[in-house]
Design a protein around this ligand. Structure first.
Ligand code: PLP
Length: 233
């Protein structure tokens, strides 16, 4: 028997799955009593080839997420020349020595989570003459292995980023613990963003985006439900 991961899902192409996901987001947004179009889809193309990105673009998808800067550079270099509306989000833990490449290529860096990275992004922005929009990633579950500023340090860090980056600080992002109810984590992040007057809330992945939309997500980051399962790394 073939590996079931190699068999098509009920919707067997990126285009079909993308259309399905777009319809689900629209339905969930309406069910949450929120205006149409208030939740943007970030298609997480990590580990999937450039062809998959091109297929999603045929379905009207323009916002993509990658968690590794080098992979993003390799996959997206050149695409922007032909597709000026393309938007690339860096969503993974970012090393300071990758900050310059990230600032050069990204429209949004969703993983700003510590002062030294803020320093590196500020330096790189000065050198590159551009600053991407920035989201502070909060480690809402305070998990030791996960990126993100600790809950207890979030207010202070957000304030310092606002002073430094002004309007470029657009909002907050989180990845809740895999094994617990994500709702209290999403609610905490939404309250934190509201407290700081931040409009963007990036939360919700393939397994939990309905709950995230109900809690006010403005961006959901979906990978496997669009591109299929990823090879184990
Ligand atoms: C991989 C990844 C996603 C997408 O996960 P899926 O479960 O495939 O939808 C979203 N956010 C981050 C930070 C990721 O690393």
């Amino acid at each position: 028997m073939q590996n079931p991961d190699m068999l098509p899902d009920d919707a067997s192409t990126v285009l079909a799955r993308l259309a399905q996901v777009q319809a689900r987001i629209a339905a969930m947004t309406a069910a949450a009593g929120r205006p149409p179009g208030s939740v943007a889809l970030v298609a997480v193309s990590k580990t999937h080839p450039r062809e998959a990105v091109l297929e999603a673009m045929q379905g009207g998808q323009l916002i993509f997420g990658e968690n590794r800067v080098q992979e993003a550079v390799a996959k997206f270099a050149g695409l922007r020349a032909d597709h000026p509306d393309l938007r690339l989000h860096i969503i993974g833990g970012l090393q300071t020595n990758k900050a310059r490449d990230a600032v050069r290529i990204a429209d949004v860096i969703e993983s700003l989570d510590r002062p030294r990275l803020a320093d590196a992004i500020a330096d790189a922005s000065a050198k590159e003459g551009r600053t991407p929009d920035l989201l502070v990633q909060v480690n809402v579950g305070d998990e030791p292995q996960k990126a993100g500023v600790a809950r207890a340090d979030a207010d202070k860090f957000i304030e310092s980023c606002r002073e430094r980056f002004g309007q470029r600080l657009a909002g907050l992002m989180c990845v809740p613990p895999a094994t617990t109810d994500p709702v209290p984590h999403f609610a905490w992040l939404a309250a934190c963003a509201a407290r700081h007057g931040l409009a963007t809330l990036s939360m919700g992945m393939s397994g939990d985006y309905e709950a995230a939309i109900r809690q006010g997500a403005t961006h959901v980051r979906l990978g496997s439900s669009i591109f299929g399962s990823r090879p184990a790394i």
